[in-house]
Design a protein around this ligand. Structure first.
Ligand SMILES: Nc1nc2c(ncn2[C@@H]2O[C@H](COP(=O)(O)OP(=O)(O)OP(=O)(O)O)[C@@H](O)[C@H]2O)c(=O)[nH]1
Ligand SMILES: [Mg+2]
Length: 390
């Protein structure tokens, strides 16, 4: 049985907001050439959609060597309990083997910015039609399984990606590393990410829900996810096929938690954290883009001549543009109101949480007292019995 994919049964109030409109989820894969990005996308689609009749349209733009040569958007609809998710996956051409690497990854950055830009323009229209939205909610960054560390090129690109999109690093072709090599590699990558201050996506720890907090902790410890892609089912025992890669010494299975983190990653993307990825794209990455675009606090240098004919330099701080525009003012007021409400709600939630903890502590204390008095009674009985025995 494939595990349920949707987010329809999430006990999350934010779910309701999105659910009325259905959701669009856009995932991107990026990284050096030949690391298995296209294979991964196909694996994800096949494993997720195998029970569904022909949902994915696939327009492959393969050259004879199967190298991806341009951005390729694959669309599908996931449907569960009347809840619809429009899923877009953006496959990108790999970079790294060109003379000029810069040319091979700037289109990816431009694509991300263009989607924010186009969404912003649509938002500014007086009549808001249904928006065309291809803003990327998560970008999987494929790391070559060298066992050493991140390359300078990886660091440079990851930095640029991480300010624009929820960045999720993954170790490509992890079947080529032994478990110990993989462990060391993961630690090194995490260290570099921290040292370089690269802001990767971290699942939020929902403190009021111990089960999901524990789950998030496990996901964080597992990062960067080690993945294996395969487009074939291989025979593991007579008549028994699984998605995997066959080697003379055995089979590595895509959907086996002891072989790689594919299932964990899929569940994060399509199930447990999809909503958080969607909302944080809007609240964090899109807002960052928007405020940069609106060019708040721009300043301008001008020169003037004073009465003695000397040139003096003046820096005129340009007023934030939105103050000139009543529409921006309105938006700002609405935002302020929104944030005040959010803070209030958070405080309320925090207080509730505190009360719950105090109640829980009191309950445990009284349990403890009860236990202690029971223990006392039992000890006395033991003593009595010992005396009787003598
Ligand atoms: N060992 C191993 N090989 C893999 C894995 N995934 C893909 N491959 C192989 O790696 C080769 C390249 O795979 P692609 O999926 O075309 O790589 P890509 O990242 O899309 O490459 P570009 O389109 O050039 O960027 C193919 O021969 C795949 O069969 C994996 O998890 N493990
Ligand atoms: Mg490809």
């Amino acid at each position: 049985m494939p595990e349920p994919v949707g987010i329809a049964n999430l006990p999350n109030q934010r779910y309701k907001i999105v659910s009325k409109q259905g959701a669009t989820f856009t995932l991107m894969v990026a990284g050096e050439s030949g690391l298995g990005k296209t294979t991964f996308v196909n694996t994800l689609f096949q494993s997720t959609l195998k029970e569904r009749p022909n949902p994915a349209e696939r327009h492959n733009k393969f050259t004879s060597s199967h190298q991806t040569v341009e951005l390729d958007i694959i669309r599908a609809i996931l449907e569960e309990k009347n809840f619809k998710i429009r899923l877009n996956i953006i496959d990108t051409p790999g970079f790294g083997n060109n003379v000029n690497n810069h040319d091979s990854w700037t289109p990816i950055i431009d694509f991300l910015d263009d989607q924010h830009e186009s969404f912003m323009k649509q938002e500014q229209q007086p009549i808001r039609y249904a928006k065309k939205d291809l803003r990327v909610h998560a970008c999987l960054y494929f790391i070559r399984p060298t066992g050493h560390s991140l390359k300078p090129l990886d660091i440079e690109i990851m930095k640029r990606l991480s300010t624009r999109v929820n960045l999720i690093p993954v170790i490509a072709k992890s079947d080529t590393l032994s478990p110990t090599e993989l462990d060391t590699f993961k630690t090194r990558i995490r260290d570099v990410i921290e040292a370089q201050d690269i802001n990767i996506y971290t699942p939020p720890l929902e403190l009021d829900d111990p089960a999901s907090a524990e789950h998030a902790k496990q996901l964080i410890e597992c990062m960067p996810f080690a993945v294996i892609g395969s487009e074939e089912d291989v025979e593991v025992s007579p008549g028994n096929f699984v998605r995997g890669r066959k080697y003379p010494w055995g089979v590595v299975e895509v959907e086996n938690d002891t072989h790689c983190d594919f299932k964990k990653l899929r569940s994060l993307l399509l199930r447990t954290n999809m909503l958080d990825l969607i909302l944080s794209t809007n609240e964090l990455h899109f807002e960052t883009f928007r405020s940069l675009k609106l060019g708040d606090d721009e300043s301008k240098d001008t020169t003037e001549t004073d009465e003695n004919g000397e040139v003096i330099k003046k820096t005129i701080a340009k007023k934030p543009r939105r103050l000139h525009n009543p529409k921006f003012k309105e938006e700002e007021d609405a935002l302020k109101k929104f944030f005040t409400e959010q803070v209030k709600a958070e405080e309320q939630r925090f207080r509730q949480w505190e009360t719950n903890i105090v109640n829980e502590r009191n309950r445990l204390n009284s349990d403890l007292e009860e236990m202690q008095s029971k223990l006392k009674v039992l000890k006395e009985e033991v003593k009595k019995l010992q005396i009787v025995q003598k």
